[in-house]
Design a protein around this ligand. Structure first.
Ligand SMILES: [Zn+2]
Length: 370
């Protein structure tokens, strides 16, 4: 099986230390809490904590940690002022103590510069940039020890990288393709995952369930969609559905690299990258999230990206296809805009079967009714 990024799977879970109540307490934002959970379980291996200045600068400028290992996005913990002690405690939004950080460094950062480098824009209308601009002004860096993990929203889908790796091993899968999603899966993405699965041993459907934009379909509805789709249309011995507890950053190309590295830690040897992966609005070019993989030598990332075109049902082909495989005119293609799909579902109408499996559409129609 593929080795974790940097060679070793990190585990930053720990017993609750004595005296944690007396430490200075930092409230985490939901993005920071998601990052903490990823750090704890090793999804961000080799990171063991929130980034220090050297790694932060190096990631922004070169997309590498100071060690030279590829890494695409900052993982920072923002605070108002420098902590007084050499340890601090972190609290989840309910005020509960969840982790301790050994303070190694406190540094200022330039939000506009981080926005430009990480997101490719300084526009405050970009959801990731907006969140960055709301952050506190200093980063505090250091290793974390996490003793309270958030209650999983979907306990039966909650698997750490060590657990997905164990599951893949038990199923005898060596080559596993990971699919990141934050949307219900319609025929187009079903097609991509199945084309990818044809060439490997197993498929990890790995929906992101942390924070997304308020107009994205809520995770609870999406998970129901994935369940009915898998039940009806995928062989259960070739597919694993598991949750990815990260928050969306909407950083487009850099997030595609970051998503791939995380999935490598979960044990995936391959990773699906479609058009405009992790994009939002029109901030990124259609293929930027694919082209960015050329900035690294293949062995550096190790996980192999699988690039896909937009796909659709073609009436003339009588099958799913893409611009790569179908010679026919667009009139033969079943295409529905996002707006059109929402309109249909909102009115309780099923989109064409060539666009969406009826079982998935039913779940979405019910969610709209509520
Ligand atoms: Zn065709």
């Amino acid at each position: 099986m593929i080795a974790p990024h940097g060679g070793e799977l990190v585990d930053r879970t720990a017993q609750r230390p004595e005296g944690v109540e007396s430490l200075e307490l930092i409230p985490l934002t939901s993005r920071e809490l998601s990052d903490l959970e990823l750090l704890a379980c090793g999804a961000l291996s080799p990171l063991e904590g929130f980034m220090g200045r050297e790694d932060y600068e190096s990631v922004l400028e070169t997309m590498r940690l100071s060690s030279g290992l590829p890494w695409a996005l900052p993982v920072g913990l923002a605070v108002d002022e420098a902590p007084k002690g050499d340890q601090l405690a972190m609290a989840d939004p309910s005020g509960r103590h969840v982790a301790v950080l050994d303070v190694e460094e406190v540094y200022g950062y330039d939000k506009e510069r981080e926005a430009q480098q990480a997101f490719g824009t300084t526009d405050p209308a970009h959801p990731g940039v907006a969140r960055l601009y709301e952050q506190k002004p200093l980063y505090v860096a250091g290793r974390v020890a996490v003793f309270e993990l958030p209650e999983p929203t979907f306990p039966e889908l909650s698997r750490t990288p060590a657990e997905t790796r164990a599951e893949f091993a038990e199923r005898g899968w060596k080559r596993v393709v990971g699919f990141q999603t934050r949307n219900p899966i319609h025929r187009a993405h079903e097609y991509l995952t199945k084309v990818a699965l044809e060439t490997v041993d197993g498929l990890l459907i790995h929906p992101l369930i942390g924070d997304t934009k308020s107009d994205d379909v809520p995770a609870v509805t999406r998970v129901e969609c994935y369940r009915v789709l898998l039940d009806g249309y995928y062989p259960s011995d070739r597919v694993l559905l598991s949750a990815f507890p990260a928050a969306m950053r909407y950083a487009g190309p850099r997030e595609a690299i970051w998503h791939a590295i995380c999935r490598k830690n979960y044990g995936c040897s391959h990773f699906i990258v479609g058009r405009d992966h992790a994009g939002v609005g029109d901030y990124y070019g259609t293929y930027d999230a694919q082209l960015i993989f050329d900035k690294f030598e293949p062995h550096e990332l190790d996980i192999e990206p699988m690039f896909f075109e937009h796909s659709f049902w073609c009436r003339a082909c009588g099958s799913m296809a893409s611009a790569k495989t179908c010679p026919h005119d667009q009139e033969q293609h079943v295409f529905l805009s996002g707006t059109k799909v929402r309109e249909l579902l909102g009115a309780g109408e099923l989109p064409p079967q060539e666009f969406s499996r009826p079982e998935v559409a039913e779940v979405l129609i019910d969610a709209y009714r509520e």
